[in-house]
Design a protein around this ligand. Structure first.
Ligand SMILES: [Zn+2]
Length: 306
């Protein structure tokens, strides 16, 4: 080992001749130590590397900057498009109201929607409005998602409303098919309409707004009159629920279902299968909770089928 280092030291200390030979004139001869040559080589490599690194980092940040700017422009364009779409949606709301007025239809929100649904709807509207008031670029990712979702919901609601108008127009002179008149399920009734009795035979304060049918899981549920599906999906405690607007002041509600076959805006005919019996939401066993609403009031469904 010591011998090797000795040899290396000797080599580095040695002088070599460097000959520079121009095309014309006399050649130059340098005597340079090997150590100096090695030093120059190392310095050269270091400078080159440093230069490369410097250039590369500068280049990267340039690219990122350009990409950022491009993203910004794209986001702004998307934002503008969304905003335009939302304004058109607002316009259709006005048209919707005008058409309803012309036809003598109930305007705005669904008249027969149960009270607690109405408030959630209003709450949602308020949230949406607050969101729409903000500048798009100030929205967080979550808010942006909520914004898109709300836009979509609004568009769906609008479409459902227009379909309802079309349906109302087509059925204006009838009305017969709009009155609930069949059983929504062939299963036996397990609980009736009105105040339930507690174990002491006293009336409890909570009124049962509908009639319960207890059947086997997956037995069919049919709609009891012609109409337009106003809501199909989850509602707290009602579970998977369907609300159908029949016009002429009537609507029906089907709760705790599974396998919903319809969506908001669908036109349904009396006897159409809309879902199957389940136990979704606040429910202790497989049953259908069925409500009939007339002019904003829950009425006894027992009067609407034989
Ligand atoms: Zn019930």
């Amino acid at each position: 080992m010591g011998k090797r280092i000795n040899q290396l030291g000797k080599l580095l200390g040695e002088r070599v001749d460097i000959l520079v030979m121009p095309r014309m004139g006399a050649s130059l001869k340098f005597k340079v130590r090997v150590l100096t040559l090695v030093g120059i080589a190392v310095a050269w490599v270091a400078i080159t590397l440093a230069g490369l690194l410097f250039f590369a980092s500068g280049y990267n940040s340039q690219v990122i900057k350009a990409e950022n700017e491009l993203m910004h422009v794209k986001m702004r364009l998307i934002g503008d498009e969304l905003e335009r779409g939302r304004k058109y949606l607002e316009l259709t709301r006005t048209t919707d109201m005008q058409m309803r007025q012309m036809l003598g239809m109930p305007g705005g929100q669904f008249v027969n929607m149960p009270k607690d649904w109405q408030t959630t709807k209003e709450e949602e509207d308020r949230r949406a409005q607050a969101l729409f008031q903000k500048d798009l670029k100030d929205l967080t990712t979550d808010e942006f998602e909520a914004y898109i979702d709300t836009l979509e919901d609004n568009a769906k609601a609008r479409l459902a409303s227009f379909q309802e108008i079309a349906w109302f127009f087509a059925n204006r002179r009838e009305g017969l098919n709009s009155t609930p008149s069949i059983r929504p399920s062939s299963a036996p009734i397990s609980s009736g309409f009105g105040y339930r009795l507690d174990p002491f035979g006293r009336r409890t304060t909570k009124r049962h707004n509908g009639v319960d049918f207890a059947g086997k899981p997956d037995s069919p549920i049919v709609v009891t009159a012609d109409g337009v599906v106003r809501h199909a999906g989850w509602v707290p405690s009602y579970g998977q629920a369907i609300l159908v607007d029949h016009g002429f002041g009537y609507s029906t509600l089907y709760a705790h279902t599974t396998a919903i076959r319809v969506k908001a805006g669908d036109v349904v005919k009396r006897g159409d299968k809309i879902a199957t019996m389940g136990s979704s939401g606040r429910s202790t066993g497989t049953h259908l909770h069925y409500e009939v609403w007339k002019d904003g009031q829950a009425v006894n469904p027992r009067n609407y089928f034989k």
